[in-house]
Design a protein around this ligand. Structure first.
Ligand code: GLC
Length: 478
């Protein structure tokens, strides 16, 4: 089968979040199963020189978006069994950042239009196109639109993966014709229309053969208005063609036995190196160097849906447990300021690292004993899986992918790999943190067992890649 994966970011080329991890590791896993797989991405200015040196220029075309007529170059390189295509237009993609520009709608409409227009220039015509989130949601719409005139693309199956339903690509109705270059009928018939605006995610949900999201629990939760951000009725409509497939992890990159970014390597059988990592972490981030004090870590965007409010609410209570806390991440100003202030109040016990750093995150996963992730909603979440692989026992709220990856050990469950609380309530969270800290302090043997189960759980892409393959096969009738 020939699979084209369309994403607005993919590691290791360009990354802002979890989508990049998935787009960087699912396609190679699909290719390893024997299919032809290609990924197509925008060629942002932050795609590094080491990759550019490996690229081949494949040619160029001009792409029309309503009255715009834009240059569009195509480059490609081979990496991990996959062909990676890059769409070049410096005006749109050399902005110093991936998103957050005033014309994001235009930039990603251009990208989506380009993906369809470039199909004849790829090595093969795909059987299936898998787009991701609102940035490539126009791909299945343009495909359907073009298919009325272009027979060769009529049979291409389409899948939309939703990584976070909060971001929908909402624009004024004038954009249908003037920006996206579509007939107004696409809006008038309700395909693109939602509450009087254009909603690209909805449009794709209506048009694709299959919708999936990144964990089974989140797929169920999306029928509920608490999680659906206004999309619950559309999710209900899609029920017959919707599923949840848990993300895997790049277990080669995230492997404490070989990771070069951490102070010492270790395995599930011999975690002695973790003590070295802990001492190094405490030194690095200004925590008191003490091997016996449990270190709790958070590596997270500092935004409300990550549950940061709960931590702010009971920070003093967390400090009262005697544990240390290190927070790494950037986000909303109020949270950044809160944690900086907390660091002042609890010098040596609390460290606020207001930054985005892959290296420091690995040093934190390897040095921490416990990992806190109290998300209000969590489509899948990758950090809890990374934490477990690095032997940091997770404390999570039971939602989305967290519920699908962390098994409670609280009531003596034999197979528990972490701590779970159900209600979105700061004191429930604090109670659970206390339980985890107590296990660490007073029952190191059982703590070790919980840690070891997390370290040996299978988070690789194998099973999930097969589920994606089954979805593709079902829609192309293979
Ligand atoms: C988004 C979600 C996160 C998920 C990631 C990859 O970032 O918020 O939960 O793990 O996408 O699918």
């Amino acid at each position: 089968m020939k699979i084209l994966y369309v994403a607005s970011e993919a590691a290791p080329f360009c990354k802002t979040g979890g989508l990049a991890d998935v787009a960087g590791s699912l396609p190679p896993a699909l290719a390893a199963n024997g299919d032809d797989v290609a990924v197509i991405l925008p060629l942002y200015d932050m795609v590094g020189q080491q990759w550019r040196e490996q690229m081949t220029f494949r040619g160029n075309i001009y792409v029309d978006l309503a009255w715009r007529h834009e240059y569009c170059g195509l480059f490609s390189l081979e990496y991990q069994g996959v062909t990676w295509y890059f769409v070049d237009n410096e005006r749109y993609f050399c902005r110093g950042q991936l998103y957050g520009e005033g014309d994001d709608g235009e930039r990603f409409a251009f990208f989506s239009r380009a993906v369809v227009a470039l199909l004849p220039m790829l090595d093969w015509m795909p059987d299936v196109i898998n787009c991701n989130d609102w940035q490539s949601a126009l791909v299945p719409i343009y495909l359907k639109d073009e298919a009325t005139r272009w027979e060769e693309i009529r049979g291409i199956g389409t899948v939309l993966t939703i990584h976070n339903i909060e971001y929908q690509g909402i624009f004024g109705d004038y954009t249908v014709c003037d920006l996206f270059g579509l007939d107004y009928g696409w809006f008038a018939d309700g395909t693109l229309e939602m509450g009087g605006c254009v909603n690209l995610l909805k449009g794709a949900m209506m048009c694709v053969d299959h919708v999936n999201t990144v964990s089974p629990t989140y797929a169920q939760q999306l029928h509920n208005s608490f999680y659906a951000h206004g999309m619950e009725n559309i999710v209900d409509l899609c029920d017959g063609k919707m599923s949840g497939v848990l993300n895997g992890l790049d277990v080669v990159s995230f492997d404490p036995s070989v990771d070069g970014a951490i102070a010492a390597n270790y395995t599930a059988d011999d975690v002695s190196g973790k003590a070295v990592c802990k001492a190094e972490l405490q030194r690095l981030v200004g925590l008191k160097e003490d091997p016996d004090v449990p270190v709790i870590a958070m590596v997270s965007r500092l935004v409300s849906h990550k549950g940061v409010d709960l931590v702010c609410e009971v920070l003093d209570g967390i400090m009262d447990t005697g544990a240390q806390l290190v927070v790494l991440g950037k986000g909303d100003y109020v949270y950044e300021e809160f944690f900086k202030h907390a660091e002042q109040r609890y010098g040596g016990q609390m460290s606020a690292q207001i930054a985005y750093s892959d290296k420091l995150s690995r040093q934190i996963y390897s040095g921490a004993d416990l990992f806190l992730m109290p998300s209000k909603s969590e489509p899948c979440g990758l950090s809890q899986m990374i934490a477990m692989r690095y032997g940091a026992v997770p404390i999570v709220r039971q939602t989305g992918g967290l519920a699908d990856t962390v098994r409670s050990c609280q009531l003596g469950q034999e197979d528990g790999n972490g701590y779970v609380f159900a209600n979105y309530n700061a004191y429930d969270m604090l109670y659970t943190i206390n339980q985890a800290v107590a296990l660490y302090r007073y029952n190191s043997e059982d703590f070790r067992k919980v840690q070891q189960r997390g370290m040996t759980d299978d988070f690789s892409w194998g099973a999930s890649a097969r589920s994606y393959r089954d979805i593709y096969a079902s829609i192309v009738g293979e």
